[in-house]
Unconditional design. Sequence first.
Length: 194
Amino acid sequence: MSLLLVAGLGNPGRDYENTRHNVGFAVVSALARKQGVSWKNQAAFEAETARWDRAAGHTVVLAKPLTYMNDSGRSLRKLADYYKIPVDAVIVAYDDINIDLGLVKVSVTGSAGGHNGVASLLEHLGNGFTRFRLGIGPKQPPQMDMKDFVLGKFTSAQQDLVDKTLETYVSGLTLLIEEGADRAMNSLNRRDPK
């Protein structure tokens, strides 16, 4: 049986719903809805998890760490250890300020790029997990504090775009799960999503 850990990053609680930093939560939640799997709160992992049993013995453990973004790695380390999932079988969906809103990029290596959630993953898991980077950029206005921007809510026009693009994100994440990083990169890492 093969196991994959697929996590969305975000912050727990109503105050953070629909913020730019929580777009990873939104995409993984949408994937769970599409597959008809339900979440359960697992205090031992400091996460909500859902189990998606695919065909032929492939199981996907979906996770939303409840540690707050900057400590996400702690939760995912516990899950990876418990399920004996190696770092190269971990996929993480998260917001990326360096990618335009509505676009997505898949990558396997790199630095945290100023993203505290990714820094926590690198600290606890090490490099080698697959990144499903969801564009939230560019930062407008440019002089706005980064923290205020990522913890801010989308404008109504941006939220409409996110809602419209959610299905595309879920399809892209499903492609990544089913076909692997190389195929997903070839298909998704284009400048223009049309």
